[in-house]
Design a protein around this ligand. Structure first.
Ligand SMILES: [Zn+2]
Length: 431
């Protein structure tokens, strides 16, 4: 068993389900305020911090008082500071031998989607490792952290490049971790007493904060089958609401049926509007898409419904803005004499990613991965947030997104090892 495989097995055995995906808000949870046994990234963050500290990296935690802290506090009704315990990004840094000339971020997320208890027992079978998070994205965590720890103990570590492993929280829900990282919400770092090094002084902490925000390249860990990805789609969620007039079901002519109007809207979005989107193509991403995901309306059969709502998932292309798409749909409906109120229902914007593949560090990373052209993927991830924050970002990691979020999530162990080797090779090639 290699060190990377062992590390991944240990990570799978430490549940880190995003708290948004475990049962909460029920009466018993409210009464006891006990966190769900699988919830939260802290176990994994602490474990990775210990691994990094043993390899000689500087370790720090960044408290995240962001989207999730707020959302979670609102949901539980607990507005105390304790409600935010556990919301911390892990920052582990390898300093170069000389002064820092550039900074590379290795940025996988630490949370996973939910699973039953059996999925936290890693199972090795036919060259694969099974378990929740195996490919999304503890495989990337293991590959990146092992590469960095190995680099820390070789003579060929970079002279002028600082490398920061940023274990981010909350990617699967509202990306509070990456949002906090680029906003530099370092309201005071927290050092675990497990590390017997002297606490970081204010100056060094400020330099670290600056390094994070002005990093020259972020490699965001997600399952891309070891392909370097420079573009992904954004994700916009809209709620549309039609209003009618209620009336007795025996005299529907006295009312106005909100469901009927919405049915026409649903039909047109899925046909004409979708066809309109298929006319615009992005070279790496193909076309934008639209999906009507939920519908609700009406009270009972003998009442003309006065309200109907749908929720729509619209995947956006680079160059599109959320407000622009909202205007586009409003105009599309107006032109067909239909009207609906449109709300953006995302907790926070999830924009598309497009990083210039000609940037020197991106080219160098492509070269290390033996790839001539970059790729695009459909799924949204932290890369767009880091990129919007000013850090050129690519997505890269072992595993296939086809296995992510599935009941029998797995990763190829050969690919995991190759991922670690590729990252190490790239890091060693840096000045
Ligand atoms: Zn992921």
């Amino acid at each position: 068993m290699t060190r990377t495989e062992k590390l991944l097995a240990e990570l799978i055995a430490l549940p880190s389900v995003n708290p948004a995906f475990v049962p909460s808000g029920g009466t018993s949870a409210r009464q006891t305020r006990q966190p769900h046994p699988f919830a939260g990234e802290q176990r994994v963050a602490d474990f990775c911090a210990a691994v990094a500290a043993r390899a000689g990296l500087e370790v720090e935690f960044q408290p995240v008082f962001g989207v999730r802290g707020h959302v979670r506090a609102l949901e539980s009704g607990d507005m105390s500071p304790q409600s935010q315990i556990g919301c911390r990004n892990l920052i582990a840094r390898l300093l170069p031998r000389n002064n820092v000339r550039q900074t590379i971020l290795l940025a996988p997320h630490l949370d996973t989607v939910g699973a039953d208890g059996t999925k936290f027992i890693p199972q090795r079978k036919n060259g694969r490792l099974y378990g929740r998070g195996a490919c999304d994205t503890k495989g990337s965590v293991a590959a990146m952290l092992s590469a960095l720890c190995e680099l820390a103990n070789t003579k060929s570590r970079p002279l002028e490049t600082e490398i920061i492993f940023a274990g981010l929280i909350d990617e699967e829900h509202a990306q509070a971790g990456s949002r906090a990282l680029v906003k530099g919400l370092f309201t005071g770092s927290v050092r675990s007493s497990a590390f017997r090094r002297p606490a970081m002084d204010v100056d060094r902490s400020n330099r670290l904060k600056a390094g994070l925000q002005t990093a020259d390249l972020a490699i965001v860990g997600e399952p891309t089958r070891l392909q370097v990805v420079t573009a992904h789609k954004g994700s916009l969620w809209l709620e549309l609401e039609t209003r009618g007039v209620a009336a007795h079901g025996a005299m529907p002519q006295l009312g106005k049926n909100a469901i009927h109007e919405m049915a026409r809207i649903v039909d047109l979005l899925e046909t004409d509007y979708a066809a309109q989107l298929r006319k615009r193509k992005h070279p790496l991403l193909g076309t934008a898409t639209v999906n009507v995901g939920t519908i609700a309306g009406g009270v009972q059969p003998n009442i003309v419904p006065d309200c109907c709502k749908i929720s729509v998932d619209r995947r956006t292309l680079p160059g599109e803005t959320d407000a622009g798409v909202q205007r586009e749909i409003a105009a599309f409906l107006r032109a067909r004499k239909l009207s609906a109120k449109i709300f953006n229902s995302k907790l926070a914007p999830a924009l598309p990613l497009e990083t210039n593949p000609k940037l020197p560090l991106v080219r160098q990373f492509l070269k290390s991965a033996g790839q001539s052209k970059p790729l695009g993927v459909h799924f949204f991830c932290d890369a767009a947030i880091l990129s919007a924050g000013g850090i050129p970002s690519v997505v890269f990691g072992p595993g296939d997104v086809a296995q992510a979020h599935t009941a029998d999530e797995w990763i190829s162990l050969a690919e995991l090892e190759r991922g670690k080797d590729l990252i190490l090779k790239f890091l060693k090639s840096l000045p």
